[in-house]
Design a protein around this ligand. Structure first.
Ligand SMILES: Nc1ncnc2c1ncn2[C@@H]1O[C@H](COP(=O)(O)OP(=O)(O)O)[C@@H](O)[C@H]1O
Ligand SMILES: [Mg+2]
Length: 213
């Protein structure tokens, strides 16, 4: 079982939105997923309740930070999932530290603004100290501001990563989450669904790299 973390201490970056749609896209690609909500705000677990529990390949659980390592160990021992996706809170540094200890790869959503890019420093420090591999995804991008998006991508690449995948700001992300769906279920032929499938392939490749490397 691989463990993906959505991490950044910046609230509103898109962690929960991406955790939701990545969980569904991963199941569609053949994974059995346990989506773990570490955030007291409970965005992911509230989505799980709206969704209902008829999907045996997608479990959604709210877990207290101190119980995360055990929850991951149990899921691994019981073989109930091939992938755990951990959604973390924006503000609680101690919770993010706990999450980082359990993950194999961290995905960091960043909005394409200087303020948001500067705000990734603390989580990068944490990930580097813990020797955890990470990658960025440009989040809530305005598809019309391509110069700004390229500048943002260049700034993130300066951290030593490749060209980051991009997810645009789209109502499909908001509406699908409200309906207890992932964007690939809500509008399977839409652009948001295509972006999420691309992001899922990127994440899968990163996880494969971690385990082979
Ligand atoms: N790609 C997107 N398109 C449109 N709205 C988005 C997108 N990603 C996030 N949002 C909206 O932005 C806000 C913050 O997103 P959220 O996923 O809760 O961020 P975080 O979990 O990092 O705090 C929410 O209102 C969410 O609906
Ligand atoms: Mg959140």
């Amino acid at each position: 079982m691989n463990v993906l973390g959505l991490t950044t201490q910046k609230g509103g970056a898109g962690k929960s939105t991406l955790a939701i749609s990545l969980a569904v896209a991963a199941v569609e690609a053949g994974e059995r997923v346990i989506a773990i909500d570490l955030d007291p705000q409970g965005t992911l677990s509230a989505w799980g309740k709206r969704r209902g529990d008829e999907d045996e390949n997608l479990l959604v659980e709210r877990v207290e930070p101190h119980a995360l390592a055990q929850a991951v160990a149990n899921a691994r021992a019981q073989g109930i999932a091939t992938l755990a996706i951990v959604d973390t809170p924006g503000v609680f540094a101690s919770t993010v530290s706990v999450a980082v200890a359990s993950i194999d790869f961290a995905l960091i959503p960043v909005k394409p603004t200087i303020i948001d890019i500067e705000a990734v420093r603390p989580v990068l420090g944490l990930l580097r100290t813990n020797r955890k591999p990470f990658g960025f995804v440009l989040s809530q991008v305005n598809a019309a501001s391509s110069a700004r998006n390229l500048d943002a991508a260049a700034a993130l690449m300066a951290e030593g990563m490749g060209n980051p995948p991009m997810i645009a700001a789209r109502s499909d992300f908001i509406d699908s989450a409200a309906a207890g769906k992932g964007v690939t279920e809500w509008a399977p032929k839409g652009k948001g669904a295509a972006e999420i499938r691309f992001l899922w392939r990127y994440v899968r490749a990163q996880l494969d790299g971690v385990h082979n490397g």
